[in-house]
Design a protein. Structure first.
Length: 60
């Protein structure tokens, strides 16, 4: 098991120069009441406060 971790780490290190940009937290929110939360599932769902459909918030 440790060997797999080492191999994965080494593969990541070797390909690090190929990566572009960085990961950013994606947020979803309610346009009606202004709540926002991190996206943690494939579906956006509805607002717990008012029941409106949640949308992906733009990154500023």
């Amino acid at each position: 098991m440790f060997e797999n971790v080492v191999l994965t780490s080494e593969a990541f290190r070797e390909s690090a120069h190929l990566m572009q940009g960085s990961l950013r937290m994606a947020l979803k929110g309610c346009p009606d009441c202004g709540t926002a939360q991190m996206i943690a599932s494939p579906s956006l769902g509805t607002c717990e406060e008012c029941g409106s459909a949640l949308v992906v918030l733009p990154f500023d």
